[in-house]
Design a protein around this ligand. Structure first.
Ligand SMILES: Cc1ncc(COP(=O)(O)O)c(C=O)c1O
Length: 415
């Protein structure tokens, strides 16, 4: 049972709004000790060998391994800028991870926000048609929650003006279009990138991959890779991060990092000055180990999605996502209004179920980023999603009793 420790009498406060302690982190990312041991043992292997299992899941002609997903996007945008130096604008969704905006800004380019749609959480067609033009360098389409956003209409908009279409598949590693396992998300456009940070389908706390089939992009990205500073003691630093994570992410100790303010666990913050370097070899070995279990993990996510769907599908005050049985990274549930959403979320969180908010506001309303973007437009669907969304855990740490508790709280809260 994954209830917070305070229920077991540790703090004695039974009716707190926010849990002090979780039995597992809401992202669920357990890094199996066995996988770490094997990765350490294989640490001497070359990166090319370590990457074999990853290549099978990402059959693109060119792959570049960097320190994070945002670093991969940054490198890509710099490569695209070299090819089209006359273009400065990059279109991104108004509801997405702020790291996407930070990569655009760090590359010296201009962020253009576009509203989303509430079906597949991809771009709003009407708004995209207005935002793409002859100044646009790239459109970055995001497969939010790991589920496929429509790619056809963005492709048409991009083709009209000779714009690069990029897929942000940070949350979608290993996922494909429904009924088309060969059509891997992240490999359906000019270039795509993936993240292996916290809360991702394969999470090793480090690393991002840029994938492309286009030789011209790969040539420039390769040149830029060669200019990156080599981080000293990168494997050692990574090893230390991993050790502290594996200790503190255990159920009884997760409250320690969670209560350290500067770690910002579970918060969405804008970080403009991120590091860009090649990825650590040890993390690549660990990714490769964890990749071996990804099909199993996907089956669990599919099964949990089906279960929530079956049990919440007819609940009047919530709306389930479109693709029943898709291996979502988290199950996106829309609640009828913000007050009810806040009430349900607070109950779910106070029980330590692993249910969580996603990004709290549209990109142009996020502190720090707000001042930099200076975009006072309202993006109605982005706003609505940020006001109504709760994401439910579907990972393999979710037990039958957690699922049942989540559904019970949601159903009861509507009345
Ligand atoms: C949709 C999306 N894009 C980009 C990123 C950036 O990835 P990273 O944290 O590895 O830089 C993330 C993850 O935080 C993400 O969720």
């Amino acid at each position: 049972m994954t209830s917070p420790l305070w229920q077991r009498g540790v703090t004695g406060k039974r009716h707190m709004k926010k849990p002090l302690f979780y039995f597992f982190s809401p992202e669920g990312n357990k890094i199996p000790v066995k996988a770490v041991m094997r990765a350490l043992k294989n640490g001497g292997k070359s990166q090319a060998v370590a990457f074999e299992p990853i290549r099978k899941l990402l059959p693109a002609k060119y792959l570049f391994y960097l320190s994070s997903g945002r670093a991969a996007l940054y490198l890509l945008l710099r490569a695209l800028s070299r090819i089209r130096p006359d273009r400065q604008e990059v279109v991104i969704p108004a509801y997405t991870c702020p790291a996407v905006a930070s990569a655009v800004l760090k590359a010296g380019l201009k962020v253009i926000l576009c509203d989303i749609n509430l079906n597949d959480f991809g771009f709003s067609r009407d708004d995209l048609a207005k935002k793409v033009g002859s100044k646009t360098l790239a459109v970055v389409l995001v497969h939010l929650f790991g589920s496929p956003a429509d790619i056809q209409f963005p492709r048409e908009c991009c083709d009209k003006y000779g714009v690069y279409l990029v897929e942000d598949a940070a949350q979608a590693f290993g996922n494909s279009l429904p009924n088309s396992p060969e059509s891997r998300l992240g490999l359906l456009s000019d270039a795509g990138f993936f993240s292996f940070g916290r809360g991702k389908p394969v999470s090793v706390l480090h690393g991002g991959i840029l994938a492309t089939n286009l030789e011209e992009i790969s040539r420039h990205a390769g040149d830029l890779m060669n200019t990156l500073n080599h981080r000293r003691f990168q494997n050692q630093r990574y090893g230390m991060l991993l050790s502290s994570y594996s200790i503190f992410s255990t159920p009884y100790l997760y409250w320690i990092p969670q209560s350290i303010p500067f770690l910002h666990l579970g918060e969405t913050i804008f970080e403009p000055n991120f590091q860009v370097s090649a990825g650590a070899t040890l993390a690549a070995s660990l990714m490769a180990e964890i990749c071996n279990g990804i099909e199993n993990e996907k089956r669990v996510r599919q099964e949990n999605t089906r279960w929530y769907y079956g049990n919440l599908g007819s609940t009047p005050h919530v709306q389930s996502p479109l693709n029943n049985g898709f291996p979502y990274l988290r199950y996106p549930l829309l609640v009828r209004n913000k007050n009810l959403r806040d009430k349900i979320l607070s109950r779910l969180m106070s029980r330590g179920t692993g249910a969580a908010l996603f990004y709290p506001v549209p990109v142009n309303e996020l502190p720090k980023l707000k001042e930099l973007l200076n975009d006072t437009n309202v993006y109605p669907n982005a706003k609505q999603l940020s006001d109504s969304l709760i994401t439910l855990p579907v990972h393999s740490g979710v037990t039958d009793s957690i699922r049942a508790e989540i559904v019970e709280i949601i159903k009861k809260s509507g009345y």
